[in-house]
Write a protein that binds this ligand. Structure first.
Ligand SMILES: [Fe+2]
Length: 295
């Protein structure tokens, strides 16, 4: 079955677009692709003309997720499967496709009410190579897409069925978490060799988005950025650590919108021919300490 091939783009609704532009370029090392007539800030991280669109919005949260598929036939198949599952699917207009920088898209909502789009044909500019404003080696994207997102869900089983049965994701693993007396299990899913492209956390949270993750080519980018974040007085939400499931070496910083960015390196990849689902009982092998949280 044709499924989603990668996380193509993210739309964020943010209160402070100028503050985000500074944060995204000077801290994260993304490249500004300019502000469109409607005030939307576009950011690049590779050859795609746009990986992030930042819209002025009081929500300070995820506005929409752009899921890439390979071609028009795959888009038709996904749309038919969504309709077959009783999900309303709307064709995106030519104007919307131009705004997103894609050839064609459809719109739908996931079971958690997250505005979602499936598209093919991203506009790419190899003739204008990505150039980070910072001295970093750049981001691991390509077939693995822009990174991963972790979102809140009220019904993890229903969401896993939606992402796997309808959109073609596969389960990577689960992490059983304990916070005081609370126990819950997070579900991690992949659609390409990146260990997880979406993870679901089944607890009520103030925002839809817990964090998005950017993966650097070099461990030095993670270290240098961590010290830059400290010097800039930005909150480190979780200290340097290595995750149990994707083996990502990373730290988490607070964005101007309150949700977090995971900045990482060295995640292990999934080969679907041999991968088997695992269950973990801790989020990290070491580190990722949070203020006020027991180890
Ligand atoms: Fe993450």
């Amino acid at each position: 079955m044709s499924g989603i091939s990668s996380l193509g783009y993210l739309g964020l609704g943010v209160k402070d677009v100028p503050g985000w532009e500074k944060f995204a370029t000077q801290i994260l090392g993304l490249q500004s692709a300019g502000i469109r007539e409607d005030g939307t800030l576009r950011l690049r991280m590779d050859e795609y003309v746009c990986r992030f669109s930042l819209h002025r919005d009081d929500a300070d949260d995820l506005a929409y997720v752009g899921w890439e598929v390979a071609n028009p036939a795959a888009l038709r198949e996904i749309a038919e499967r969504l309709r077959g599952a009783g999900v309303a699917v709307e064709a995106g207009s030519a104007e919307l496709a131009a705004a997103r920088g894609v050839a064609e898209l459809v719109r739908f909502a996931d079971p958690n009410g997250i505005a979602s789009e499936a598209f093919y044909g991203p506009s790419v500019e190899f003739e204008k190579p990505f150039h980070s404003p910072r001295a970093i080696s750049g981001f691991k994207t390509g077939a693995q897409g822009l990174g991963h997102i972790v979102v809140a869900t009220s019904d993890v089983d229903k969401s896993v069925r939606f992402y796997c049965d309808t959109l073609g994701f596969r389960i990577s693993d689960f992490i059983e978490m304990k916070f005081g007396s609370a126990r819950f299990s997070m579900a991690f899913m992949h659609c390409n060799p990146r260990h997880h492209t979406i993870a679901l956390i089944p607890i009520p949270l103030p925002k839809k988005l817990l964090h998005f993750m950017l993966q650097c080519h070099s461990i030095d980018d993670v270290g240098a950025t961590m010290y830059l974040v400290q010097e800039a007085g930005i909150e480190i939400a979780a200290s340097l650590g290595r995750h149990t499931n994707d083996h990502m070496l990373s730290f988490y910083m607070r964005t101007p919108s309150g949700f977090e960015v995971e900045y990482g390196w060295g995640g292990r990849e999934i080969d679907d021919r041999i991968w088997h689902v695992q269950k973990h009982h801790a989020p990290s092998i070491w580190g990722h300490q949070r203020a006020g949280m027991p180890r």
